[in-house]
Design a protein around this ligand. Sequence first.
Ligand SMILES: [Zn+2]
Length: 319
Amino acid sequence: MNLIIDGMLIAGIICAGWGGYYLGNEQAKMEQFQVISKLQEEKKLLERENEQYRLEAEKRKQEQKVLEQLDLQTDSSLQKFVTAGTSFLDKKYIPQDLETVKSAIVVDQKNGKTQLRKEANEALQKMGEKFQKDMGFPLQVVSGYRSYEYQLRIEQWGCPAQLCARAGFSEHQSGLALDLFSASNQDQWSKSEKLSKIFDWLKNNAHFFGFHNSYQKGKEVDGYDIEPWHWRYVWTDFASYLQKKNITFSQYFRNYSRINNINKNIRDKQEEEQKNSQKEDKIWDETEFQNLELQEEKNIQKIENQDNIKISDEKYNLL
Ligand SMILES: [Zn+2]
């Protein structure tokens, strides 16, 4: 009987032990599972962050590529910057690929006399198509290319500098700028419901076609009062860049000039340092050379002395 009870007792203990072991094992597995899940969750989060960093870096690289292709100096460049204080390098510059704005889509208020450069004109036609489709009426151009002589005539007629750019300083001379609908004053544009709607459309769409509203932040920033009608072709990628960064061409140019100046200062300093170090090298070389010469003289002296001894020996022998 005792044996049976003992046996049961032992079996009980084994079962309880096994049960405990089993439960303990399950709990450990569960804990391990939770740790792994947490780590996987963390990994996913980090991967998502990494992907974001990668995309941002990719975007910056693409932006950099766009900016590297810009040429803000050459007169015939699509991004030649001109404003009240910055003229064309050749003030009498005439674009070589001007063509008339003839189209069934865009209305030329000067009856086919308005001219633009080829690329700007093609972009204008495409923008005109989209404009007509979205707004239900055609895009109207009131002014495009204006020659140096034309701008000079306006100047001589007495148009004040704050209203008319001086000859050689107008974006219109680039053949890339145009005035749309009504080139009058900002007030008229903000008060007219139709013009306000047109401006909203242009603000949201013109950059897709390469156009930028040059004067939108006021005289302090852009050098001219706000002109909602004045749009300048700068190339789609650059117009989109300016739109995304919410900066005007003037702001970009100012920054670009500052960076250029800083770079020039750094280059000048580096050149100066290089010249100074070359001078030091030269001084060192000269002393080195003098030392060598001195050594050489000593050697010659030594040989001469030895020769003298020999000669005197010979003399002695002869005697
Ligand atoms: Zn204009």
